[in-house]
Design a protein around this ligand. Sequence first.
Ligand code: KG4
Ligand code: ZN
Length: 345
Amino acid sequence: MSAPVILAIESSCDETGVAVVIGGRRIRANAVASQVALHAATGGIVPEVAARQQLRWMVPTLRAALEEAQVDWGDLDAVAVTYGPGLIGSLLVGVNMAKALAVAHDLPLVGVNHIEGHIYANWLTDAPAAEPLSGEPPFPLLCLVVSGGHTQLVLMHDHGSYLLLGQTVDDAAGEAFDKVGRLLGLPYPGGPAISAAASGARAATRFPRARTTGLYDFSFSGLKTAVLREVAGYRERDEPIPVDGLAAAFEEAVVDALVTKTAAAAAEHGVAAVAIGGGVAANSALRAALHERLGATPLLIPRPEWCTDNGAMIGAAAAFRYAAGDRADPSLEAIPNLALSWSTA
Ligand code: KG4
Ligand code: ZN
């Protein structure tokens, strides 16, 4: 069978993504319309606004992707879409569009879990069309998924097989970045802003590392409270807040927690490689620390624009589902709290 050409739609949160992906690996187009500037004005995402923007940008983004990919409807093998987890109003826009396109062009529909998309960003390549593909990520593969809504350590023994080793017991890593960014008076989203403030700065303090009951679980809400207390202390003493130094100390604590547990899980399970995904995986301190601490275990790192929400990662995950004969029913619904289906061994 030749490599399937998949039109993939992502609209789970505040990015509208439409991509054309061949064989789950080569990107023909990956158009993304971001609402970041709009949400910066409110210091965070207002779901109602995000949904309206999805509606506003879906068709222009689809047009841009088709134009860039230079494909006709007859060249496509399937339409794929994120159907959860995410914001219901945002998800509905993409799911509805995908269903309409699949019906109108008589194409199969493939439903993709957003987290699975973040993981499969590791299958994407930017090798030019004429060049042979590099090897695929090897199994067993340990995946650290760190986004605005999720922080999970997932062990994969095969395509579509996910063993949950641990996850956050409170805030997601990206959520902590965003909340602490706001505390420090930095612009939304906090992740890139904290990363920029922290780069080159010396940590102003050492924040305590959280203890969790589960070996590979994470906790970030205590850290957020520690930053809040520290900031309050400076205010009480009427001293200037060392924003860069606190950003550096916070980033160091988050990166330390993520890297320590990922390295321990990689060693315990003897994995062939470690992969990362989700918006926080774009963080350069995290990337550097993982490289250093994983030693001989290969580390797969998607390009930063494939870590934040985009359609190409959905096309990558859809390809293996398509090959496995996985087809969504035309009545596919958006599921805001959709979980990956966890394996037990
Ligand atoms: O995966 P994503 O685009 O959307 C979700 O599925 O949530 O992740 C967004 C999150 C935000 O919390 C944002 O602050 C964070 O990723 N993020 C970063 C960086 N770039 C984005 N966090 C740390 N460092 C970055 N460079
Ligand atoms: Zn995401």
